[in-house]
Design a protein around this ligand. Structure first.
Ligand code: FPP
Length: 289
């Protein structure tokens, strides 16, 4: 199914407003939290919460792709999640396999490139193999890059990068004086993506839970009260319009941003007259929900 050909009128109107603001983030990262609580509130097994969470994944991936977001990174399984009950882990791995089996054709058809970060050697062979095939199949796609963080922990990645750097220094390929922030970033698993502009966390928790710690240094954080299985495209639009309305200063002052044309590329939609019009349009479209 071609995603761009299937937009409801209201949806298209909101998406147009967001796109025309020219302030959309290039990289959105999401901590998908609250599947368990959603299931508990319905008195059903936790795994059914994760299954419903996949419906949100489908909707958010599709909406990001339609909006032209370049990178979407989803925290699907943390290194700490291995401590969960065996049955839940087994169920989550099965769901992941089913998701990839069911969705890969549609993702490919819609130009989505799949990627993964994390200690994937810990994943079951069946998941590793389907992941490998899916990544290979979509590697030349040029649309949204959908990165799944699986068995991922930011501290793990930072330690791993430090080890690789130390090995390169020992081998004489790198001198300690040449280690800059950029060099360090190039040893992280996230080296091929820009830092996230926007980090969304659902379920109302104010934590970053060992997710992209280095990469979110200047990321904007948005907390949604919605539990992940209830978080759908309209909630994403709300997060995006909130992001568009923020001023990103990257350590500078507000005056510096408005007076120095060289910093224009760092700015979001807030500062320009035109974007205020689009923001109004987006906000009035929200009135319908
Ligand atoms: C956190 O909710 C969520 C997870 C640990 C797993 C997220 C997985 C999915 C949404 C499904 C699989 C993903 C993909 C990309 C196919 P929680 O269980 O910690 O919820 P709680 O805090 O309410 O208990």
């Amino acid at each position: 199914m071609n995603w761009t050909a299937n937009l409801e009128t209201d949806d298209a109107q909101i998406q147009c407003g967001l796109i025309e603001s020219q302030g959309l983030p290039s990289h959105v990262a999401i901590i998908m939290d609250g599947n368990g609580r959603w299931a508990k509130s319905k008195n059903i097994p936790r795994l059914l919460g994760h299954r419903e969470g996949i419906e949100s994944v489908r909707d958010i991936v599709k909406a990001c792709s339609q909006l032209g977001v370049n990178f979407l990174t989803l925290y699907a399984f943390s290194i700490e999640n291995w401590k969960r009950p065996k049955n839940e882990i087994k169920g989550l791995m099965k769901l992941l396999e089913i998701f990839l089996q069911d969705e890969i054709s549609e993702l490919d058809e819609n130009n989505v490139r799949l990627a993964v970060i994390g200690r994937t050697s810990s994943l079951p062979q069946s998941v590793r193999s389907i992941l490998q095939n899916s990544i290979e199949r979509t590697k030349n796609n040029t649309g949204l890059t959908l990165t799944l963080a699986l068995s991922y922990g930011s501290r793990w990645d930072i330690v791993r990068a430090s080890q690789l750097i130390a090995m390169d220094v020992r081998a004489g390929n790198l001198s300690p004086e040449d280690i800059s922030e950029e060099t360090f970033s190039n040893y992280l698993q996230t080296k091929d993506m820009p830092d996230p502009d926007l980090l969304i966390r659902t379920s109302g928790e104010f934590r970053v839970s060992n997710f992209l710690l280095w990469e979110i240094a200047y990321g904007e954080i948005y907390i949604s009260k919605k539990l992940w299985p209830k978080f759908r495209r309209n909630d994403l639009y709300e997060a995006l319009s909130n992001y568009i309305g923020r001023e990103r200063r990257f350590g500078m002052t507000s005056d510096q941003l408005t007076s120095n044309p060289k910093t224009d590329t760092l700015k979001t939609g807030k500062e320009t007259e035109g974007n205020n019009g689009y923001l109004k349009k987006i906000i009035s479209a929200f009135g319908k929900y």
